[in-house]
Write a protein that binds this ligand. Sequence first.
Ligand SMILES: Cc1cc2nc3c(=O)[nH]c(=O)nc-3n(C[C@H](O)[C@H](O)[C@H](O)COP(=O)(O)OP(=O)(O)OC[C@H]3O[C@@H](n4cnc5c(N)ncnc54)[C@H](O)[C@@H]3O)c2cc1C
Length: 370
Amino acid sequence: MTEIIVIGGGIIGASVTYRLALAGARVTLLEAGSLAGGTSGASFAWLNANNKPPLAYHILNTGGMAEHRILAAEFGHAPWLHLDGNIEWAAGDTDHAALLEKVERLRNWGYQAELLTTAELRALEPDLVPPPGVSEVAFFPAEGYADVPLLVGTLARAAERVGATIRTNCRVAEVTRSGGRARGVVTESGERLAADMVVSCVGRWSGELARAAGLHLPMEPTVGMLVVTAAAPVRLRAVLNSPTINVRPDGGGRLRLQATEYDPVTTPEMATTPLPAIAHRVYERALSVVPGLAGTPMQAALVGVRAIPGDGYPVVGPVPGMDGLYLVCTHSGVTMGPLLGRIAAREIMGGIVDPRIETFRPERLIRGSA
Ligand SMILES: Cc1cc2nc3c(=O)[nH]c(=O)nc-3n(C[C@H](O)[C@H](O)[C@H](O)COP(=O)(O)OP(=O)(O)OC[C@H]3O[C@@H](n4cnc5c(N)ncnc54)[C@H](O)[C@@H]3O)c2cc1C
């Protein structure tokens, strides 16, 4: 039986572990902290292929959206998955023209994209109030969002049921190598674990993990803040992506807010208690489009670091010059995680390379073997 170590217990590692365990591998997932404690726990988690050019990347994301539906059918009950669409409006005439162009391009690519009048928007989401001047909005009915920690936990438990071992608070300090091949790992506590294959799913830490294997992987992480409100007396089911604020439901009546304009002034170390000034500004913006939020306090601010490989695109596949090491690292990992889990497991267990990842292989970025 193939012995595999998966490093990292976010959406990518959990998806890979689940598919490998189902395929019959003996898998051990090693997570430095807690499951979904990294970027997966601080994500806007919008499931989409909305603005993901070029076509190869769009296709990978639409495949990711489809895989969420497959996974939901597989489990029979998918309380983490919310596919009630996404609404977008533009700031002015120029931006509106760009929005119409995007709708047209996506339709030509076979993607569901519609235009709604504000009256139709009111019928769909009565508590959303677009700014004056907006008379038409775009609606993407197949999009939605996921409750990521719930999904990660579900995948981990399902993997355990088919024999996987999940170990949290277990940081990998080194990938052991000999004869140009990864042989296993050494944990921070000095434990040595041997494996036929090591799969790195460490997200924003992929550069460090590559270094621990004697390789160089350039990363371009960016930082974002999310604000979570207390339960609000508003009805919202879809995701909203607007020029000033993004809003989506966050369970139990809470809303999750994001204003990417503040990303450049958000730092990974930023304290979130008491709530930082940026959180208040994000909340003010949300009030202008969801006025029913007035009086509902903020509950938390979360800072997340996006796992972005050097050229912005996913890195999926065996590491050149280092047999036995497989890398999966991407932004939009919530959208694509379950699909990349399936794709990686098929390649690792069956040698089958999914054509959708052919342009996203590690050799284009990774340098220097040990
Ligand atoms: C603000 C923000 C908004 C986002 N919005 C969206 C969105 O709308 N839609 C979307 O699809 N994606 C979105 N993303 C991106 C998405 O959240 C990430 O791509 C995804 O969560 C990455 O998952 P991951 O499993 O690769 O990484 P992570 O969730 O970070 O998991 C990696 C894990 O590896 C562990 N680890 C690291 N080093 C080691 C080690 N040496 N040993 C053991 N374990 C280790 C970490 O503890 C961590 O738990 C967003 C991200 C951010 C920050």
